[in-house]
Design a protein around this ligand. Sequence first.
Ligand SMILES: NC(=O)c1ccc[n+]([C@@H]2O[C@H](COP(=O)([O-])OP(=O)(O)OC[C@H]3O[C@@H](n4cnc5c(N)ncnc54)[C@H](O)[C@@H]3O)[C@@H](O)[C@H]2O)c1
Length: 378
Amino acid sequence: MIGYQFMGKAHSHAFRDLDFFFPGGASPVLKAIAGRAEAAVRDAANQYGFESYETDWRKLLERDDIDVIDIVTPNYLHAEMAIAAAEAGKHVICEKPMAMTVEEAIRMRDAVKKNGVTGLLCHNYRFAPAVQYAKQLIASGRLGRIYHIRAQYLQDWIMDPNFPLVWRLRKEVTGSGALGDIGAHILDLARFLVGEITELTATMETFIKTRPLGEMSGGLEARVDGSQTGTVDVDDATAILAHFDNGALGVFEATRFAGGNRNGNRFEINGERGSIRWDLENMNLLHVYLEDDEAGLQGFRTINCTETVHPFADRYWPAGHIIGYEHTFMNLFASYFESIVEGKPFQPDFDEGVRNERVLEAVETSAQKREWVAIPQE
Ligand SMILES: NC(=O)c1ccc[n+]([C@@H]2O[C@H](COP(=O)([O-])OP(=O)(O)OC[C@H]3O[C@@H](n4cnc5c(N)ncnc54)[C@H](O)[C@@H]3O)[C@@H](O)[C@H]2O)c1
């Protein structure tokens, strides 16, 4: 693993619990974790249960006892680290957004293909049981032709103008702001559930243009470094209208200025025979409307996706005994490792990452040029 803060903790926890909840599956051995500051990375190794640590991530690539490299560092490092890992013959797990540009994402995809290893892009929300069940409902035709998806990813953790200019607010480190950080997730969910986006138009806004300097200190918290200030050169909020290849229409909003919304990752999908709604903050619940319900009883019903028929439910607790955020990572990694052992394709892989990156890049192009942008389909 390279990096050890927010996602470092989330991934390490999931790796440690796989053997417990997915016995008999491929269980990772936590060989080494890398970071730049020795004391901090040593503490992380101890807390997360890694056997050893390195202060130079390239040392991980030289080790024969390491098969998979997990990249949980800021976005500008993803391409360099993923390509080096693939060239060293390691499978690559990479956090989203995959890269800074489409060109970088293509080089990452080509590197894993050329070196015969796999690439996993960590769009963990696909692996919430309710989202997997929504996918089954749509794929089985239960909702009929899909007309709409409206999805929002709403946060509020940078609304204080004195919140510092952390790496997530600096273009050279993060690529884009709310778009790549949280918009990437809802666009990936839309592509997973509905289909490919063919054309879009978008607009972006930066509400607070200057902030004190500082750095992330864990999770979505930060500390101010001093009295100096810097310019915010990424979006605080992005809004998108999109057409899909199957004729559906999408409306998307990603913002970190939606006060009161701590982590509101939501979608509603309307088809000719029914609709579904989901919200991460109540992630076990899927709200389903079916048009063939009898008159008088029509309306959204609330399904707690913890019954044995629901994806992954049999791995955990009896019906109604809910699971949480960390289980999305466990479901994702258990499925990914199984695919490596069985030699089967798995999504979201780096091909999927390139497709999502094309959408992200088109959003920025559209916002800059103030026009509709077509997305190349592969
Ligand atoms: N899947 C999700 O839901 C989700 C959630 C949060 C973050 N992310 C993604 O995960 C990645 C990491 O985000 P985070 O929230 O964990 O960030 P963070 O700031 O909490 O942690 C970043 C880590 O990278 C390390 N790092 C930075 N530069 C480094 C370098 N040159 N060499 C080695 N290590 C270096 C830092 O020391 C730190 O441990 C980002 O790409 C982010 O977009 C994904």
